[in-house]
Design a protein around this ligand. Structure first.
Ligand code: 4H6
Length: 248
């Protein structure tokens, strides 16, 4: 997958040189290339922002330097590229969106700064607007990197085999089950017995029960939209009963 990034702060994208995205870049599963609108700005001052028409506080990103940077990125992209604007007004990014976008060959992420972008850019350059959540960031860069990271993990070969099989087990729409490693006892807290005796059927059952229980407690919205089979209904009932007993 080829990622283009249109940004006034290209150095921020060095963060993707660490961890899984870093390894994916080294192995050329992904490529990240940045374009700075400043390099396409006109005049001695190379301005990329200006005051908003109609007045008001702050500055707005000018359309021309952004448009030229996107056009340059498109020329370098291997094949047709989808343009993505990061914005608080975008569609909410989630795992399903990551899965869809992971099937594209090239994506160009456009990160706004200041109070936002001249709206004519969105008219001139068709694309999709995405938001990583209902909060305001100082710029689109961190949102772009969130999307790039989530998409990278879905590209075959980017995760080790252990992580990729685990990822599949988690795409059941539930929260993760709790994990433990050595030591067996710490600060008076023991690892649950079932995880120590090597009965893999019992372990799978315990983990599914814990996933259902956590989801019910912390993210009930995950369960409402979801088909539940008889085993899951039984395990959730068991979880709630055991929780009741503990609190007595
Ligand atoms: C476009 C328009 C994405 C981009 C305005 C971007 C949150 C998200 C930005 C702005 C972003 C998200 C500039 C408006 C700073 C507020 C960049 N914030 N802003 N949730 N900010 O995905 O001022």
């Amino acid at each position: 997958m080829w990622f283009g990034s249109v940004t006034l702060f290209p150095e921020m994208f060095n963060a993707l040189q660490s961890g899984i995205p870093g390894r994916a870049q080294a192995a050329e599963h992904i490529q990240v290339q940045c374009w700075n609108p400043r390099d396409f700005a006109k005049g001695a001052r190379r301005n990329v922002d200006d005051r908003p028409y109609g007045g008001g506080p702050g500055m707005v990103m000018m359309v021309e330097p952004l448009l030229l940077a996107i056009q340059a990125a498109k020329k370098t992209a291997p094949g047709p590229a989808k343009v993505i604007y990061l914005s608080p007004q975008g569609q909410k990014f989630d795992q399903a969106a990551a899965e869809r976008l992971a099937t594209e060959k090239s994506l160009i992420f456009v990160s706004g700064r200041y109070e936002g972008i001249d709206d004519r850019l969105l008219t001139l350059e068709a694309g999709e607007q995405w938001s990583v959540g209902d909060y305001i960031l100082s710029g689109g860069e961190l949102a772009a990197m969130v999307m790039m990271d989530a998409i990278t993990r879905l590209i075959p070969g980017t995760l080790g085999s252990s992580a990729s099989s685990r990822q599949e087990s988690l795409s059941n729409g539930l929260l993760e089950y709790p994990q433990y490693t050595r030591p067996e006892n710490f600060a008076g807290l023991a690892v649950p017995d079932v995880l120590l005796n090597g009965d893999h059927q019992a372990i799978d059952r315990w983990r599914l029960k814990a996933s259902l229980g956590r989801s019910w407690l912390q993210r009930p919205d995950l369960l409402t939209g979801r088909e539940q089979n008889t085993l899951e209904a039984l395990l959730l009932a068991e979880f709630l009963q055991e929780r009741e007993q503990k609190s007595e």
